[in-house]
Design a protein around this ligand. Structure first.
Ligand SMILES: [Zn+2]
Length: 502
């Protein structure tokens, strides 16, 4: 097991001199911090001294929302995330736009649907023509740091656009544990700039809940063995036994997955405590999201990327505003992670510089219960709406509705998955483009998506397929010119071990 930790030079950057002096200064600050005993708070610029608040964006890979306490789970996997939800704004029904890392994360960082940002395949980059969150913030005077733990979040895929400082931690073995290292990297970085007059953006991507599921026995959720499984179990082993796995064996896999979540939650706890110790916790917008969930034979599959059921698409999403303002809210309507990017910019007092396909939830977060959904017809019909409350020239460009609906897609030759999904109110439609099969579920009576109603309610299927068509057209409306990733054989092998290629 060999760790790969890499610092990369950014592709597009014009502030080399400034960066060098910053690095020198960073060294001094780290030394100073190291010499201090205990978690003494440092003096930091106050809210009024910085032009915008800081941003800490935590993306947890492969995190099922229904395995977290704040979403009703009965195992103590998530005390930190639960507390963040208690003091922040929690989305009960946020849908990811895709069921695997690359397209879902690229949307969080660009505000574009996968069909438009085009990072939809293991060999596709996030095109340089797409403006990332880091680029937007860097252009507005932010320090920008990115500390990640997946090859998809790294240089190969151009996910570092606009980032001043970045570090990637992933292992050649999928049993590599990275949360502690990524959290330490991020805290070291924030420690170096916390006294700056410039605000910071720090992206922290945590990978450990992703398979392989590694035991963290200090949490004690998983028994030593169950049925034919004991000790360390691998996804390959699980998949080999997929047809005959017993409930007890699946429960063991889930329990180890839960230990990974608890381990990651503890890392997030150290990260948030570190922010407070540095005196910047109250001046920082904290966002926690997952790229997608995970399947444990809920619908006959393991892992992720191949279906669009809720165990993959419904993700945890929590915002904490500076000082915990407007905290304690739950936003329960269905909505989409397409809105994360424009909402973050809005909360920081900024706007996208070019068209994105989402809108901002900020008005609702600040207590405007009447913020419209942006949908042209609440009862059905076209789901595509117009952006409201924006001043730029793209104000009339079609955007996804803020509330009440969500669209997701997966298009991968390598993973043999071509699917579309639309959640509208309590109903959900899933269309398999390969087989032509359409499924319809009523989540109010069937939250597990076990009973397909397509045969019983053909008129609803017809109406929702029309809506889906409108969303497909929207998802392609800003299609960027696609670019190919260049991977070494070793990197390709790593992706293969993660199940992302055939
Ligand atoms: Zn992922």
């Amino acid at each position: 097991m060999v760790a790969i930790g890499s610092d990369y030079e950014p592709r597009r950057h014009g502030r080399t001199t400034q960066r060098r002096s910053r690095i020198l200064w960073l060294g001094v600050v780290i030394l100073t911090l190291a010499l201090r005993a205990g978690p003494a708070r440092t003096e930091s610029p106050t809210d009024s001294e910085r032009p915008h608040p800081n941003l800490l964006f935590i993306i947890v890979d492969t995190l099922r929302k229904d395995h977290l306490g704040c979403y009703g789970y009965d195992r103590a996997t998530s005390p930190t995330i639960d507390e963040l939800a208690r003091t922040g704004i929690r989305f009960e029904a946020a849908y990811s736009v895709a069921p695997w890392t690359l397209p879902a994360s690229a949307t969080l960082l660009s505000g574009l649907y996968p069909s438009s940002h085009t990072a939809i395949e293991s060999d596709r980059i996030l095109p340089l023509s797409v403006e990332t969150l880091a680029e937007r913030l860097e252009a507005n005077g932010y320090h920008t740091g990115s500390f990640v733990s997946h090859i998809y979040m790294a240089k190969n895929y151009e996910m570092f656009q606009g980032v001043d400082k970045f570090r990637v931690r992933y292992g050649r073995s999928t049993r590599f544990v990275s949360t502690e290292k990524v959290v330490a990297d991020a805290l070291q970085y924030i420690g170096g700039i916390s006294e700056s007059q410039q605000p910071f953006f720090t992206l922290v991507h945590l990978f450990d809940p992703h398979y392989e599921y590694v035991r963290h026995q200090e949490f004690g959720f998983a028994p030593e063995s169950a049925g034919r499984l004991s000790g360390e179990i691998s996804i390959d082993d699980l998949e080999a036994k997929q047809e005959s796995l017993t409930e007890e064996e699946i429960a063991l896999a889930r329990a180890i997955y839960d230990e990974e979540i608890a381990f990651t939650d503890a890392g997030i706890g150290r990260l948030l405590a570190g922010l407070d110790e540095l005196g910047v916790g109250d001046d920082t917008v904290v966002v926690l999201a997952a790229d997608h969930g995970e399947e444990f034979l809920d619908h006959g599959r393991l892992g992720h990327a191949h279906t669009l059921y809720d165990e993959l698409l419904r993700v945890p999403l929590i915002f904490r505003l500076p000082g915990g303002e407007h905290g304690g809210q739950v936003i329960s309507e269905p909505t989409s992670t397409i809105h994360v990017y424009p909402t973050i910019l809005d909360l920081l007092g900024l706007e996208p510089s070019s068209a994105v396909q989402g809108q901002s939830w900020a008005r609702r977060m600040r207590g405007d219960a009447d913020q419209p959904s942006g949908s042209s017809d609440e009862a059905g019909g076209a789901t595509v709406g117009e952006a409201e409350n924006v001043s730029t020239e793209w104000a009339s460009i079609p955007v996804a509705p803020l509330f009440g609906a969500a669209f997701a897609e997966v298009d991968s030759e390598l993973m043999s998955a071509h699917l579309r999904a639309l959640r509208r109110g309590d109903l959900k439609l899933i269309l398999d483009l390969d087989t032509g099969r359409t499924m319809l579920f009523d989540l109010s009576t069937d939250p597990d998506e076990a009973h397909d109603l397509a045969g019983e309610r053909p008129e609803v299927v017809v109406a929702m397929r029309e809506e889906l068509k409108a969303m497909v057209s929207l998802s392609r409306s800003r299609e960027a010119e696609a670019g190919r990733a260049s991977l070494t054989q070793e990197e390709y092998d790593l992706l293969k071990s993660l199940g992302y290629t055939n």
